[in-house]
Design a binder for this molecule. Sequence first.
Ligand SMILES: [Fe+2]
Length: 276
Amino acid sequence: MRTELHFHLLPGVDDGPRDDQEAIELARLAVADGTSRVVVTPHARLAEIEALPALTARLDEVLREASVELDLRCGAELSPDDVGWLDQDELEIIAQGPPEERWALLEAPLVTGDVSLESAANELRRRGFGVLIGHPERSPMTPAATVHELAALGAVIQINASSLTGRHGPQARAAALSFARSRLPFLLASDAHSPSRPPQVTAAASELLAAGIDGAAVRAAVDVLPGTILRHGLSAAHRPGAYGPHGRRLRLGQRERAAMRLARSTQVFLDRRRGF
Ligand SMILES: [Fe+2]
């Protein structure tokens, strides 16, 4: 089951689909791209957070009636400026993962705001949330060193598929490839907004392979790590390198190594359980 963790699918909330029809069309494009589960991530600053679960459930019903087989989860995309004005209950509404390892999608800003990515990520961690860094390759004001420091604290990088396919220009594409080669833990998401800005995860995976990125790392970024952190979460605590560059958890115990071998042989990723 391929999972997308950054996807603007709720109609009429932000700069995503304008109406149900466009949302249905976009959802069909995601399914055609190979995706079967999407976390819907409208821009938090444009959404009424408390309304998002009901809006997600409603769209789920709309898709079901249209025979589109796409599982939806409720989320949001935080900008660094958003974090301070959201209370704890609101963050809980848009966060993912199990109770002990909740995390949120925090975009690397496209324009300079009042709060830096680093400050916002630190606040999220202080408040108990791990961090998925959205499209750092598109943020010229975020130094790569900052992304490396956040990853060392347990954050995972989300690269836009559209950056790899060249939609955001040569600089974003070069930065995306640089992060993919950096051996930091990364995953792909489309950050799709509309049928004219569609899901491109499959095409982006081909771009990575063509650029010489290791096939196991590409598979982890597309098919393994998104579902893994949705299910198992990301830690807010200081846990350097919780996920390795191929999306595999580090510091494995004996039982985890046995599970890893099983996972490799069946193409299913390690089913980590707390207490190992
Ligand atoms: Fe986005």
